[in-house]
Design a protein around this ligand. Structure first.
Ligand code: DGL
Length: 272
């Protein structure tokens, strides 16, 4: 079984790619909607949540954790990954691999405030492509729009336009570096046009997950999907129906005792 988590609906864009890459794999998806948006939280807070979320999935016996939250990967890259007993696939590393495959050197990264603050994208891309020029732009308005179900129309178009206006004019590729953003892809496509390549890191992430499962002889399963939210169960169920209409999903709400039994003392880190 593969474990995924995100602050909310965004990680479902990773889950969708995973489902295409490894249809038989069983999956457990944890949406921490009680704490969305992650992108405006302090590093200390994010490390505590990361420690909890990884521990929660690990305790449920997943074979691997497929990261579906860039913000959590960013803070882990900056301050260190909490130890878990299973492999963890870093989404930012997958994103950097995706950029490297394109060979494009003028790269824009649109991400949450905390991801940009971590500097992880620049580090990963430049490590692979030393001559790349990476410009990171934060987009705090986008996640709340997605969580409110505002995917179409003027409000998301204007918000995407405002963010893209901050990118250098000669950018060749743009990484959608928050898993919520592919849900706004119609707006990115319209604003950026066909001359700019849009990169969704979830595609390489799903390929790497498929490879990991195949190496471990675990490509089989019964294709079950369990989704857990810490937020409003009815709204989550409704959104799942819209976003994953063809998937049979078992959804439930996790109560506080279950959620916090795995939290122990995550180390405090200084704010940057
Ligand atoms: N979807 C997450 C990410 O990829 C978190 C977004 C948020 O809650 O701010 O960063």
């Amino acid at each position: 079984m593969l474990g995924l988590f995100d602050s909310g609906l965004g990680g479902l864009t990773v889950l969708r790619r995973l489902r295409d890459a490894v249809p038989a794999a069983d999956m457990l998806y944890y949406a921490d909607q009680a704490h969305v948006p992650y992108g405006e939280r302090s590093a200390d807070d994010l490390l505590r949540l990361l420690h909890h979320n990884l521990g929660w999935l690990d305790a449920r016996g997943v074979d691997a954790i497929v990261m579906a939250c860039n913000t959590s990967c960013g803070v882990a890259d900056r301050y260190g990954w909490p130890p878990v007993s299973v492999p963890v696939l870093d989404l930012i590393d997958s994103a950097a691999q995706a950029v490297e495959r394109t060979g494009l050197l003028r790269v824009g990264v649109i991400a949450t405030t905390a991801t940009v603050r971590s500097g992880a994208y620049g580090r990963h891309i430049v490590r692979r492509m030393p001559t790349a020029r990476v410009v990171e732009v934060d987009a705090p308005a986008l996640v709340p729009l997605v969580e409110a179900g505002e995917l179409h129309g003027d409000a998301p178009r204007r918000a995407v336009q405002a963010v893209c206006d901050l990118l250098p004019r000669d950018v060749e590729a743009v990484v959608l570096a928050c898993t919520h953003y592919p849900l706004l892809d119609e707006h990115f496509a319209a604003v950026l046009g066909t001359g700019v390549l849009r990169i969704d890191p979830a595609i390489v992430q799903a390929e790497r997950a498929a490879q990991l499962l195949s190496e471990r002889g675990r490509l089989t399963g019964s294709g079950t999907l369990e989704c857990v939210t810490t937020g409003d169960l009815d709204r989550f169920r409704e959104n799942l129906g819209i976003m994953l209409p063809d998937l049979l999903v078992h959804v439930r709400h996790a109560d506080a005792a279950e959620l916090y039994d795995t939290i122990s003392n995550a180390s405090a880190v200084p704010e940057t």
